[in-house]
Design a protein around this ligand. Structure first.
Ligand code: ATP
Length: 251
């Protein structure tokens, strides 16, 4: 279970102070796929980063699998974060390391012995369907392959939670479908709890069991979605939301 309890976060000072997250409480069930949607600037990415305390909230508590992360610092927090993997829109691979080398990084940081490391890297690369690409550098990989490497890297330490920040936003529809299949597979076979921030309604409605809607730093509602088998409420469906975002981006 991921439990956010009255978390708030502001940026800046004085007249520049901006309340990015405003007293958000949210419980995400173990083993579920949970989506977070909202217009640009609503606070989705900040809320996701609060879940592993990459962004420390000004107030409130973050509890993951019974451990209060907001009470931890330094080494204890780094160790707790090993059970929380994270992936990003632009993959954030290390360009001068091969696919193998990228996946190995978290295991090196966790001081896993070399033989175990090799075995684990091969295992997770196989899991995401990239065992034959282990020796390639990121520049030689397609967008979808890069995201698979990033997923493998996030899975290396066998996390119980995977946080995904716009994981398919820079991918074409077909590649997006492949990445969503991988995420679903991780959830179903490994039992990993997945949280996905996305502005793509077809992504959240296609894969999420529940979806939270953010507006101006506040969580305004959470609805059950049954992984795409049920419809989202009318106002959260495609067009209206997309055009709102579209008009903001063209400003
Ligand atoms: N490190 C930071 N310093 C200052 N302001 C920040 C910082 N991080 C986020 N913000 C501000 O907080 C607000 C929420 O940002 P956030 O990235 O969480 O929104 P979002 O909903 O994920 O938006 P998008 O869909 O555009 O990524 C924005 O106004 C943003 O400019």
């Amino acid at each position: 279970m991921i439990s956010l309890q009255e978390v708030s976060k502001s940026f800046g000072n004085g007249s520049d102070r901006y309340q990015a997250i405003d007293a958000v409480s949210l419980d995400i069930a173990v083993g579920s796929i949970h989506g977070i949607i909202g217009a640009s600037g609503a606070g989705k990415s900040t809320l996701l980063r609060i879940m592993n305390v990459l962004e420390r909230p000004d107030s409130g508590r973050v509890v993951v699998n019974g451990q209060e992360l907001t009470s931890l610092g330094g080494r204890q927090l780094r160790e707790a974060r090993r059970s929380i993997g994270m992936i990003f829109q632009l993959f954030q691979l290390v360009s001068n390391r091969t696919a193998y080398g990228n996946v190995s990084i978290p295991l090196e940081l966790a001081k896993v012995p070399k033989a175990d490391r090799m075995k684990r890297v091969q295992e997770v690369l196989r899991f995401v369907g990239l065992e034959d690409k282990a020796k390639l550098y990121p520049a030689r990989l397609s967008g979808g392959q890069k995201q698979r490497v990033a997923i493998a890297r996030a899975l290396a330490n066998s996390p119980s939670v995977l946080l995904c920040d716009e994981p398919t936003s820079s991918l074409d529809p077909q590649t997006t479908a492949g990445i969503l299949d991988v995420l679903r597979h991780i959830n179903r076979t490994l039992g990993v709890t997945i949280v996905i921030v996305s502005h793509e309604m077809e992504v959240v409605n296609g894969i999420c069991d529940a979806v939270s809607v953010m507006e101006d730093g506040r969580l305004i509602r959470t609805y059950q979605n049954n992984a795409g088998r049920a419809e989202a409420p009318e106002q959260e469906r495609g067009q209206g939301y997309r055009s709102r975002r579209g008009s903001e981006e063209s400003d």
